[in-house]
Design a protein around this ligand. Structure first.
Ligand code: ATP
Length: 318
């Protein structure tokens, strides 16, 4: 029986459990033995392996987070750490390794690949910042969580005629801010991909209140600025009452959306398919509603494309 190891690495995201479940079930049902590795590359170096049966991935489809747990490891970036990991994989006779994580985790998988291990990446991050895939695992769920949270804020903000400045995650990417901003009908979106002008934003808000609005919402991507600073600037420019909210870690939680569950189910199927064909050193994603794969090098050489058109669409909605 050939063995497939699986781990989750870097920041967690909703849908990681669903991805593990899909890879493990599809693997077992196609005659592979599945090995779970705890706490990402840390557990890989520390030999924290256990065999996974079908029952071990029961009841996890709808749970956020990752039952294999995730970690970051500086040691794994060193040759010493990687050789330790490879030694453990060889001893356990693991033939293939599936890594669910973000860009850093892909670099780790690629490093193992260059040392002869057959590795596969699944894009696990809420930030949607991985090239050559339209979505990453957890992104859609995060959009729903943020949209719900903004709905709650809107209720209280309109009672007090306030401007609410809301900071969302995304690292250097504005995808969460832009897409959750559109789904929430906010008044301005500040993202790192595009320059923003506080005078323009302030004038738009002032005009809105003059026209009878009872509240306004400004969405800020963490890569574009701090909610508190922007709230202060708007107050200075408009005299409007502002409040800032950092949504923080609630964005990483919650039951995965139907989209994330289906997306991960499809990728689990495809990764087992690739293993059966002995194609390795690749990461999977979705492009134009098809599950696709690219080599790690192709992904590292590509830039995550920002959807400018979507921002134009938003600008016509304010
Ligand atoms: P997220 O986008 O959610 O932060 P990530 O996978 O990018 O996820 P990182 O902390 O960057 O998170 O990477 C996870 C782990 O991958 C690191 O702790 C490290 O062990 C390993 N890793 C990162 N970069 C490299 C690299 N260049 N070479 C080898 N391993 C790496």
């Amino acid at each position: 029986l050939k063995k497939i190891g699986i781990l989750t690495s870097g920041g967690d995201s909703q849908g990681m459990n669903s991805a593990i479940r899909s890879v493990v079930k599809t693997g077992i049902n196609n005659g592979f033995e599945m090995i779970g590795i705890k706490r990402g590359y840390k557990g890989l170096m520390e030999n924290d392996f256990s065999k996974l049966e079908l029952k071990d991935v029961g009841d996890i489809l709808y749970r956020g987070g990752t039952f294999l747990q995730s970690a970051r490891s500086e040691e794994f970036k060193t040759e010493h750490g990687q050789l330790k990991a490879i030694n453990n994989l060889k001893k356990a006779e693991i033939d293939y390794l599936v890594v669910i994580g973000g860009d850093g985790s892909y670099r780790g998988a690629d490093a193992l690949g260059k040392r002869g291990i057959k590795t596969y990446g699944l894009p696990g991050t809420i930030d949607n910042d991985i090239p050559l895939t339209d979505y990453t695992i957890g992104f859609d769920t995060t959009l729903n969580v943020v949209t719900d949270a903004i709905g709650n804020l809107r209720d209280t903000m309109s009672s007090h005629e306030r401007v609410s400045v809301i900071e969302v995650m995304g690292r250097n990417a504005g995808d969460i801010a832009l897409q959750a901003g559109i789904s929430s009908g906010v008044d301005a979106i500040l993202i790192p991909e595009l320059e923003w002008d506080i005078t323009k934003v302030s004038n738009r808000l002032k005009h809105g209140f003059e026209e009878g609005k009872t509240h306004s919402i400004v969405m800020v991507a963490e890569g574009a600025g701090k909610a508190e600073d922007i709230a202060t600037l708007i107050r200075e420019h408009t005299d409007l009452d502002t409040r800032s909210t950092v949504l923080g870690h609630i964005q990483r939680g919650g039951t995965p959306s139907a989209f994330d569950r289906i997306f991960t189910s499809r990728m689990g199927h495809e990764v087992i398919n690739l293993i059966k064909q002995d194609i390795s050193g690749v990461a999977l994603g979705m492009e134009k509603n098809k599950i696709t794969y690219h080599t790690f090098d192709e992904i590292f050489k590509s830039k995550d494309v920002f959807d400018k058109k979507l921002y134009e669409i938003f600008e016509d909605l304010v």
